[in-house]
Design a protein around this ligand. Structure first.
Ligand code: AHG
Ligand code: MN
Ligand code: MN
Length: 337
């Protein structure tokens, strides 16, 4: 059986399924082209002097790596000129990025974390790119006016497309158009993304969890109780042993869960009361939550479904608990108990 490429899949979705417009298909193709370029840059490792810090901080006060800046520029440049976007937003930019006047505009908004897990980049561990697509409200004016932050503040349920690329031993693109989750692997010889898994499914049960345990002393009681029970394993109330895996690149941790199940937690902690979690809602939690739900898993803050959170700020943070349904529901139950 011959495998289909990403381009063939998208054409099928546009033609037969009518799942996507021609513009949306083009958008995904452009993002795929950009992540290939980012994968190349990441894959050069120390050969090109692109490892290490850029010497600045992003809007969240985090140190920017050179490759954070390079990945951001690749995505901006690739997506500016095609006429499919009204504006873009990125982890690495304070305010929305406007489409230059010399180019036509389209009705979609693209949000991204250009390089996720970039603290792992200097040690040759998997990183990734996360992206989300929304429709720009009030695009009726033809996109003449600049697009401000408020246009982006839509709950995750409104996402039209969500996905990530993972730069690991292979470069993969994992995607949902709202009808299942499909994984494509970059064939480095032909330069094409080829579908390697259709309809990824997350098992309802698991024996694997992922959490940064160094934050344990600041977790809230429900998370503490849940993790304590997993650690107790066979000797505790769960009656079975659990294994722990933590890459520290959300893309890689979520990719493992989509591949073989598991639960991932970056919960709220009490270290800094101004930060309700570490991960960002609009370009980390929302796209991952859509993918997880589309693959049969669940994604919650502990208090509410992530996709239902009404965003208030472009760069807002949110607690994230996602993965195999029965485990996520148990954690949710401990929060409401
Ligand atoms: P980014 O590199 O885009 O800033 O995101 C890093 C995130 C995420 O990938 C990961 O799960 C988490 O930060 C790890 O953070 P800590 O090492 O601080 O726990
Ligand atoms: Mn990130
Ligand atoms: Mn990042």
């Amino acid at each position: 059986m011959s495998r289909i490429t990403l381009s063939q899949f998208l054409i099928q979705q546009q033609r037969d399924g009518e799942r996507i417009s021609a513009e949306l298909r083009f958008l995904v193709e452009v993002v795929a082209r950009a992540v290939k370029a980012i994968g190349n840059a990441v894959g050069k490792g120390g050969l090109t002097n692109s490892l290490g810090e850029a010497g600045g901080e992003n809007v969240q006060g985090e140190v920017q790596k050179k490759l954070d800046v390079i990945a951001n520029e690749i995505l901006l440049e690739a997506n500016e000129w095609g006429g499919h976007l009204a504006a873009m937003a990125s982890e690495e930019m304070d305010a929305p990025h406007q489409i230059p006047n010399r180019y036509p505009k389209g009705e979609y908004l693209l949000l991204f974390d250009p390089l996720d897990g970039s603290s792992n980049i200097d040690v040759n561990i998997s990183t990734g790119t996360i992206f989300s697509v929304l429709r720009c409200p009030d695009f009726a004016n033809g996109g003449a006016a600049p697009v401000d932050e408020s246009a982006f503040l839509q709950p995750g349920t409104r996402q039209l497309v969500a996905g990530y690329a993972v730069y690991g031993s292979a470069t993969q693109l994992v995607l949902t158009l709202g009808e299942g989750v499909h994984a494509f692997t970059l064939d480095r010889e032909t330069g094409s993304f080829v579908m390697t898994t259709a309809h990824m499914r997350i098992p309802d049960d698991t024996k694997e969890y992922a959490i940064n345990a160094s934050n344990a002393r600041s977790w809230e009681a429900p998370v503490k109780r849940y993790i304590d029970e997993l650690i107790a394993g066979k000797t505790g109330p769960r009656g079975k042993d659990y294994n722990m895996r933590w890459v520290g690149s959300m893309v890689a941790d979520v990719h493992r869960i989509l591949t073989r199940g598991g639960i991932f937690l970056y919960p709220k902690d009490t270290k800094d009361p101004t930060k309700p979690g570490k991960l960002r809602l609009m370009y980390e939690a929302n796209p991952m939550a859509m993918l997880i739900e589309q693959a049969g898993g669940s994604a919650t803050t502990g208090y509410q479904r992530i996709l239902d959170v009404q965003p208030e700020k472009l760069h807002q943070r949110v607690p994230v608990i996602l993965g195999s349904k029965n485990e996520v529901e148990r954690v949710l139950g401990y929060h409401s108990a």
